[in-house]
Design a protein around this ligand. Structure first.
Ligand code: SAM
Length: 233
C-alpha cells in the first residue's frame, strides 16, 4: 500500500483540553446550576471542536503545500522554511526545486503538533521523494542560526500567530536579515485563530511586514489561510 505523508494536527492538545474543559463545565452547570447556561457552555465547547475539525479538513494535512501557482521558482534557489514542523511548506517548495535546497528549522514543540520531530519531517520528505533536497535542523526563528543574506526565499507557515507581538517583530527581523537583497519572503497565516477574533487578523501583518522592510507584492487566500508574498528592499 502506498504510504502517505502526514503534516500533523496543529494545536490539537490545546484545542482538545480547552474544549473538553468547557464541555465538562457545561455538564456540571447543567446538573448543578442552570440548564440553559449548561447547554450554552456545552454547545460552545462542541462547536469549537467541530470548527477545529473543519479547519483541519480544509487544510488537507496529507498534502504538502502547493506552490506552482503562487511562486514561480527557477529551481536553483536556496530556501529557508522557518518553523517547518513536519515539513508541509518545506516539502511543498522542494517539489519545485531541481538543484536548489530547502533548509527547515524548528524547535519541534509537541504542544503545537503531536509527534513533532525532525525524524517525522524526514519521513514525510522521503515519502514525497524530496529527501535529497531538504535538510531539517534545530533552530529558533527568534535567533536564526544562519549568516546575513544567505537565502533566495524564506517561507514561514502558521508560526507567527502563536508568538507575542514583540516576538513577531523579532522573528520578522531575523527572516529579513537572512534573506538576500531582492529575495522573496512568503508568510502563510490562518485567516483567524482561537485567540484571534479580535486581537489578530492577518491584515495586521501588512503593517508589521512593511515596518520590517518587506514590500507585500501579492496576497492570496486559500484553504482558510492568507498567503503574503513579499520582497526584501
Ligand atoms: C502550527 S505549526 C506549523 C508547522 C509548519 N510550518 C506547517 O505549515 O505545517 C507551528 C510550528 O512552529 C514551531 N515553532 C514555534 N515557535 C518557534 C520558534 N520560536 N522557532 C522555531 N519554530 C517554532 C512549532 O514547533 C511548530 O512546529
Amino acid at each position: 500500500m502506498r504510504r502517505r505523508p502526514h503534516y500533523g494536527y496543529y494545536a490539537l492538545p490545546v484545542v482538545c483540553s480547552l474544549s473538553g474543559a468547557v464541555i465538562a463545565l457545561g455538564i456540571l452547570t447543567y446538573l448543578l446550576i442552570s440548564k440553559l447556561l449548561g447547554m450554552l457552555f456545552t454547545a460552545f465547547g462542541a462547536c469549537t471542536l467541530a470548527a477545529y475539525a473543519l479547519s483541519m479538513l480544509l487544510l488537507h494535512q496529507d498534502r504538502a503545500a502547493e506552490f506552482s501557482d503562487i511562486l514561480e521558482l527557477k529551481g536553483d534557489e536556496l530556501v529557508l522554511d522557518a518553523g517547518c514542523g513536519l515539513g508541509k511548506v518545506a516539502i511543498g517548495v522542494a517539489k519545485n526545486l531541481k538543484s536548489g535546497r530547502v533548509m527547515g528549522i524548528d524547535i519541534w514543540d509537541r504542544r503545537e503538533i503531536p509527534g513533532n520531530s525532525p525524524e517525522k519531517a524526514y519521513e514525510n520528505a522521503e515519502i514525497e521523494g524530496v529527501a535529497d533536497r531538504v535538510e531539517f535542523r534545530y533552530g529558533n526563528v527568534l535567533a536564526i542560526p544562519f549568516p546575513d543574506e544567505t537565502f533566495d526565499l524564506v517561507t514561514c507557515g502558521s508560526v507567527l500567530n502563536n508568538l507575542s507581538n514583540e516576538e513577531k517583530v523579532k522573528a520578522l527581523r531575523e527572516m529579513h536579515r537572512v534573506l538576500k537583497p531582492g529575495g522573496r519572503f512568503l508568510l502563510i497565516e490562518p485567516l483567524r485563530n482561537l485567540r484571534g477574533l479580535f486581537l489578530f487578523t492577518p491584515f495586521g501583518f501588512w503593517k508589521l511586514l512593511k515596518e520590517q522592510g518587506f514590500a507585500v507584492v501579492d496576497y492570496h487566500c486559500c484553504d482558510g489561510m492568507g498567503w503574503f508574498i513579499c520582497e526584501k528592499h
